[in-house]
Design a protein around this ligand. Structure first.
Ligand code: NAD
Length: 263
């Protein structure tokens, strides 16, 4: 039997077939889940609706993560489709483009800092709070992070701070929701060419360095992140919460790559 059979899962952050959320949605469908997905604005609506149709999603609903009213409306509408929710995937991040170029100290601004933290970290707690009444039987929350939270990366700048906040968010939400049987985890993914990644200056060079340094010696795929996400949101992971799981070909585990020595 498929290991997500009969589960109702809400997935945010599908923007294209390159999106990490798309890899997650496909893995979860394959494992038998019913999926609902969201779009952030009217401009994105037709694109996400097309992808949702391909996926065989049960519902496609609007949700701008910056709006409390839209978050409340999302769960009110979802409650009309599904009696309960088993898992929620938060695959949302945003920082103004000018924040993601040059040195952090030259680029960072009060507004850019606030926006990056609000959309990329606070929204996870906001969605968790709104989802809670539909998760009375327990369930799983999952978000996506990047190692720029722990190590300074060129051009990642204020997003690194926002991801550090998001990872702390995972631990505090896990503590807040543990008694409800709701598990909260993150996947720290290696770099993948997506729309969000295209906003980071020198992303290509960072990817080339990653491929050389990671023990697996290659980029990782949205399918690999999707499989790990499906596992973490399933009952197979019932003992795991508050964790950051690396799906990064081992990049986070090495200091200096053997490949540099061998050259
Ligand atoms: P993507 O561009 O496909 O997805 C980003 C999503 O965020 C989009 O669907 C976009 O609509 C959504 N979004 C932005 N602002 C929003 C708002 N106000 N309300 C609702 N949704 C909003 O890119 P991706 O790489 O798949 O990013 C998904 C997640 O994975 C992000 O959290 C990103 O930081 C993380 N991540 C990406 C990489 C990578 O290299 N691509 C690596 C590690 C982690």
């Amino acid at each position: 039997m498929s290991f997500l059979s009969g589960k109702n899962i809400l997935i945010t952050g599908i923007a294209s077939e390159r999106s990490i959320a798309w890899g997650i949605a496909q893995a979860m469908r394959r494992e038998g889940a019913q999926i609902a997905c969201t779009y952030p604005n009217e401009k994105m609506k037709p694109r996400v609706e097309g992808l949702a149709e391909k996926l065989g999603a049960d519902a496609v609903l609007p949700c701008d993560a910056a709006s409390d009213a839209e978050i409340a409306e999302l769960f009110s509408e979802l409650g009309k489709k599904w009696e309960h929710l088993d898992a929620l995937v938060h695959s949302i991040a945003y920082a103004p483009r000018e924040e993601l170029n040059g040195m952090f100290l030259d680029a960072v601004s009060r507004d850019g800092f606030n926006t990056a933290h609000e959309i990329s970290s606070y929204s996870f707690a906001a969605l968790a709070r709104a989802a809670r009444p539909m998760m009375r039987a327990g369930g799983a929350l999952l978000t996506l992070t990047y190692i720029g939270s722990l190590r300074a990366m060129p051009g990642y700048n204020v997003m690194g701070l926002a991801k550090a906040s998001l990872e702390a968010n995972v631990r505090y939400l896990a503590q807040s929701l543990g008694a409800d049987g709701i598990r909260v985890n993150a996947i720290s993914a290696g770099p993948i060419r997506t729309l969000a990644a295209s906003g980071i200056a020198n992303f290509k060079k960072m990817l080339a360095h990653f491929e050389k340094a990671a023990p697996l010696g290659r980029a990782i795929t949205i399918e690999e992140v999707g499989n790990a996400a499906a596992f973490l949101c399933s009952d197979l992971a019932s003992g795991i919460t508050g964790e950051i799981t690396y799906v990064d070909g081992g990049f986070s585990t090495v200091g200096i790559s053997e490949r540099f020595i061998a050259e």
